[in-house]
Design a protein around this ligand. Structure first.
Ligand code: C5P
Length: 226
């Protein structure tokens, strides 16, 4: 074994991990840890929708300007997504508004699939990875937590960066974004039928990581037996 994905002879095993879930469920942190552990490249697909929302906000364009959103989507460069710049609350709102447009989604999904097609595989997280972007992923995880727990986590996150926010408002935002993500016609947020569910409401990040790791290792072990 020369890495944690295992080897068969000199061939390193390809591994694609699809992680979906609602806002602040912990899927991003989990995805980053898994990518690190299995030595895989990682794409937070939420950033691609945020980049489109951010471009429209920056140019003072309405979020329902479809042709501007399509142009912004074409210009998204996966190698150049600035997490810090795109982390703002209004950018998240804008992202979930432009994410309802099928043509915008198609442009971004093509880029996401190209990322997932890397020779060794990849970890992608988002809302439609197991259902639409990578329906053939080796492992699919659906990470969730109660809205209240997610709102508290988001508040702690904001406070740890020196900011202030109101828990009730955060909760309302989360619920509104969930409704938009679950209710849209194209690629709504839902667990793939073959996804492993991870409810992290009462789990630490470490516990969620260990749970995900045992699911993935079991899949890898089964594949090695075949
Ligand atoms: O994950 P994040 O909060 O950064 O996503 C921002 C928004 O982008 C989501 O609320 C959702 O509307 C949209 N999104 C999506 N499909 C994805 C990832 C994100 O529709 N695969």
């Amino acid at each position: 074994m020369n890495n944690r994905r295992g080897t068969r002879g000199s061939m390193t095993t390809r591994l694609t991990i699809a992680i979906d879930g609602p806002a602040a469920s912990g899927k991003g942190t989990l995805a980053r840890r898994l990518a690190d552990y299995y030595h895989l490249p990682h794409l937070d697909t939420g950033l691609t929708y945020r980049a489109v929302g951010h471009a429209l906000l920056t140019h003072g364009l309405p979020l329902d300007n479809l042709s501007a959103a399509e142009t912004a989507a074409r210009q998204v460069n996966l190698a150049n997504l600035d997490r810090e710049l795109l982390s703002a609350h209004d950018v998240a709102e804008a992202a979930s508004k432009v994410a309802v447009y099928p043509t915008v989604r198609k442009i971004l999904v093509d880029k996401q699939r190209a990322f997932a097609a890397q020779p060794g595989g990849a970890v992608l997280d988002g809302r439609d990875i197991g259902t639409v972007v990578c329906p053939d992923a080796d492992v699919k995880l659906y990470v969730t937590a109660s809205p209240e727990v997610r709102a508290s986590r988001r508040l702690r996150d904001i406070q740890s960066r020196g900011g202030t926010a109101d828990l009730t408002e955060i909760l309302a935002d989360i619920v509104r974004r969930d409704q938009r993500d679950v209710g849209r016609t194209d690629s709504p947020l839902r667990a793939a039928s073959d996804a492993h569910l991870l409810d992290t409401s009462e789990m630490s990040i470490e516990a969620a990581f260990q749970a995900a790791r045992s699911i993935i290792d079991a899949v890898l072990a089964k594949r090695d037996e075949a």
